[in-house]
Write a protein that binds this ligand. Structure first.
Ligand code: ATP
Length: 237
């Protein structure tokens, strides 16, 4: 396996006259959980959408493993599980039908058994026969999480994955992320929930006004207060 699962080099994203991202570079290794934090409008969603190949950079390059996303987006996408603001679920299908549809799309051999396993992991085994559109927001978020772990992608990209989850579901998500880490996958997620984010991550990146201002391994913030001090300075900047 490659020693880098996500490589971002000199990434720029410009919308009209607005720089959403400017000169962003970082790498994520297998088995690393990296949290992306920053104030509203910092560029977090833009960065995650670029990594997920949903939009193209204005300049710079992204590699998922050894795959350059600029030229090989479809191949990169097979190695990615992405949780964004949209669920990418079909409202009029049941949760099971949605998950089995995606399992077939990914060419999984025992789709039924795999759907059962991921449903248990996210805690929706009792709601599989519900029509997805009738599920609460948090339950839909759980189905979305189940969808992205179905094919066990090497890279998990999650944009504010804790939003809408209750305490129990958030704990389950932590377990999924830690499990992914143990299996040597790379996890990259954005959050405004610093308490949870900092507990689960190995490293935190701070993004502000489109620039990566800090890349902090856990050891660099000796305690939570140390991190908050750094973060407060960024917010006041
Ligand atoms: P939040 O914490 O509020 O979700 P964020 O860090 O995810 O914010 P982004 O959504 O990435 O921030 O937005 C970064 C900047 O890029 C913002 O100024 C935003 O208005 C701008 N932007 C994002 N998408 C577009 C777009 N499609 N067209 C024009 N500007 C955009």
């Amino acid at each position: 396996m490659s020693d880098t699962l996500i490589a971002v080099e000199n990434l720029d994203k410009v919308y009209g006259a607005r720089w959403a991202l400017r000169g962003v570079s970082f790498r994520v290794a297998p088995g690393e959980i990296v949290a992306l934090v920053g104030p509203n409008g910092a560029g977090k969603t833009t960065l995650l959408r670029l990594l997920a190949t949903l939009t193209r950079p204005s300049a710079g390059a992204i590699h998922i493993g050894r795959i350059p996303t600029n030229s090989h987006a479809a191949a990169a996408r097979r190695a990615i599980g992405f949780v964004g603001h949209q669920t990418f679920l079909y409202d009029n299908l049941t949760a099971r039908e949605n998950l089995e549809f995606y399992a077939r799309l990914y060419g999984l051999v025992d789709a039924r058994a795999r759907v059962r396993a991921v449903a248990q992991e996210v805690g929706i085994e009792n709601r599989l026969e519900d029509v997805t559109g009738t599920l609460s927001r948090g339950l839909q978020q759980r189905v979305t999480l189940a969808r992205v772990i179905l094919h066990q992608p090497a890279v998990l990209l999650l944009d504010e994955p804790y939003t809408g989850l209750d305490q129990l579901a958030a704990n389950r998500l932590d377990a999924i992320l830690r499990n992914a880490k143990e299996e040597g996958r790379a996890v990259f997620f954005s959050t405004h929930d610093l308490e949870r984010g900092l507990t689960v991550c190995d490293r935190a990146l701070i993004l502000n006004k489109g620039r990566l201002t800090h890349d902090l391994p856990r050891a660099a913030w000796s305690n939570r207060a140390g991190f908050m001090e750094i973060y407060a300075r960024v917010l006041n900047n």
